[in-house]
Design a protein around this ligand. Sequence first.
Ligand SMILES: [Zn+2]
Length: 117
Amino acid sequence: MNKTALKEVKEKLLAERALLIEKLKGNDLSVDDSETPDPVDLAVRNYSKNVMLAVSENESRQLALIDEAIIRVDDKEYGQCLNCEKDINAKRLAAIPWARYCLDCQSLLEQGLLDDE
Ligand SMILES: [Zn+2]
């Protein structure tokens, strides 16, 4: 992948990351709404609670994957499968810019035939 493409990917990842963080903040508030806490309680909790503690597992996992992908862009390793080191299909990367594995390895992983790290 050339420098321009890597730069575009990184921008896309950073934008995705920012969106995700916004979404996580939104989730945090919606949980509080459903509990109808009193305003003082709400203010204290919003102040003291680390946003990361409130995020759902999926979203925090995705955030970690995005962070990892950004590191791989910086290391010029982006776009390679973490298992077989082949280039990940460009269409797959366009759909899932934080993909770690090629389709073959992803399907092995989903069948439990590949150690995830
Ligand atoms: Zn692979």
